[in-house]
Design a protein around this ligand. Sequence first.
Ligand code: DGL
Length: 270
Amino acid sequence: MVTQADRPIGVFDSGVGGLTVMRSLEELLPQENFIYFGDTARFPYGPRPVEKVREFAFQIMDLMVSFDVKLAVIACNSMTAAAYFDSRKRMKIPVIGVIEPAVRTAVRVTHNHKVGVIGTKATIESGAYEQEIKIANSKIEISTQICSKFVEHVERGDTFSDELFTLAEGYLEPLIRQGVDTLILGCTHYPLLRGVLHSVTKGQVELVSSAEEVAKDTYAVLHDLGLLRQTMSIGNRRFIVSGDSGQFLDVGSRFLAGLSEVESIPWEDG
Ligand code: DGL
């Protein structure tokens, strides 16, 4: 018998970045069914105006509802910044974003109260991180940096090139100069760059991403609603993209073990 708890959890991003969140979700909730959607035909979202990103986020949420998901995880900072609060009002299912969980962690781990945030243009220019950090602790000094080119490297599977290293040095230099002891990876693609970011900051800066906290929040919400799937068997995973499924499989399977099949659905370009 299929129960309410058997309904899948919807997870979405513009591309492979949300797989960093999937990884943590799978670790805490192995028995759950998941549907992952990557809007690769319209990637990247970061350089787009906030209104456009919001429109895309709502379209994807409608798609998720058509799959009858029991909870939606916006595994993308740009979409969380643009649409999280409105989507919570608009959706009849619980919605979890990635910004507040990252802020919660950063505020907890910073010692000198100097926190850096790196992200896409859409996320940084929205001011969403500054707003959340100020609410959490008004004494924290915040330095932000748009890292426009990082996502393209990740989406190509490049987490190691000299070009990427030089790019990271340039992006992080002002933040290191400001003396941040904590750096929020304000884009779900960036945890895949932890190696280069750790090297460039010489291990002196705590790198914070929201994936683990998002997974814990998802667990708690499902538990509170009585929607945790009660079974010892591993749940199903369905991966769907709007663009080239082969490309997503090539890159995504390097970052998420067990990713072996990707479907593609036609999606209008905006
Ligand atoms: N992974 C997305 C984020 O967290 C954005 C990547 C993009 O620019 O599409 O913001």
